[in-house]
Write a protein that binds this ligand. Structure first.
Ligand code: MG
Length: 275
């Protein structure tokens, strides 16, 4: 009975979710035949990425280590308060639901980011309620973190999706409770001196070692049930992890700032032809 009541309250809370896996009343995505969180958008094929590595791979020598299991010093809440998530052993930290998102004290522009996460081993809820978090570049461009192992949700909201914009090429999720990796190359958007968008953000990404985005242009800053749009911002911003109410674990987070426009980069690359 308690379970039935919980189900009823869940359904009452999300009336626009048809069958709990998407929407039919959201705006169309520009340049795509789908709506935002489209109920009918096909989910990408499932790929078994193989077992999680037995040991934690150390970061490269030039990485900025954001979390190595010993402390949360690199993180804070948006208010400036120290991060209230908890250290839980196994070199991991865990979301303390209700304490809010945490973000890096340091700001970053173009980066290579490595992070590892594990969704709760005990499955509760479904769709977006199951193992939800997210990593936001500049605090505003989200790559979804979700338990997408045998968990139906709208395609642009599953694990590794550019949330509300693009599903991953494949679903390379591991089982609940198992460690998973994201390796993300994020190229920040460029704005001219008048705040006009010169070049969108681009994402290249591997989920558990499997390619899920190849230089994919982002449509803008992440929105829920609406089309993402850009608003001008500076050349750097914090990297944020989302408290979506689930006790998610994270470990081994590091970042390599990239100088893509500098002498070692290739600023002659024609980014417009590439997506
Ligand atoms: Mg999320």
């Amino acid at each position: 009975m308690r379970r039935l009541l919980a189900l009823c309250s869940l359904l009452a809370a999300v009336p626009a979710l048809a069958q709990g896996v998407g929407y039919t009343d959201t705006p169309k995505l520009p340049g795509q035949p789908w709506r935002v969180h489209d109920k009918d958008r096909p989910n990408p094929p499932v790929v078994d990425p193989g077992p999680a590595p037995k040991t934690i791979a150390p970061p490269p020598s030039d990485a900025v280590v954001l979390f190595d299991g010993t402390n949360l010093d690199a993180w804070q809440h948006a208010s400036g308060q120290s991060a209230k998530w908890e250290l839980v052993g196994d070199q991991a930290m865990q979301v303390r639901p209700g304490t809010g998102d945490i973000q890096t004290r340091e700001s970053f522009g173009d980066v290579q980011l490595h992070l590892e996460f594990a969704t709760p081993a005990e499955v509760e809820s479904s769709s977006q309620g199951r193992g939800n978090s997210g990593v936001f570049f500049f605090g505003r461009y989200e790559i979804q973190i979700l338990d997408s192992y045998d968990n139906k949700t709208y395609a642009d909201g599953q694990a590794a999706a550019l949330y509300g914009q693009w599903p991953p090429l494949v679903n390379a999720s591991r089982k609940p409770g198992e460690w998973q990796t994201y390796d993300i190359i994020f190229e920040a958007p460029r704005f001219d001196e008048n705040g006009k968008l010169e070049r969108p953000a681009y994402v290249t990404m591997f989920h558990n070692g499997v390619l899920v985005h190849n230089h994919r242009a982002m449509l803008g800053a992440t929105r829920h049930r609406d089309v993402a749009t850009y608003a001008p911002h500076g050349p750097t911003g914090p990297i944020k992890l989302q408290d979506h109410g689930n006790p998610m674990r994270f470990r081994n987070i590091w970042v390599r700032p990239l100088d893509l426009d500098g002498p070692a980069g290739d600023d002659e690359l024609d980014h417009e032809d590439n997506d």
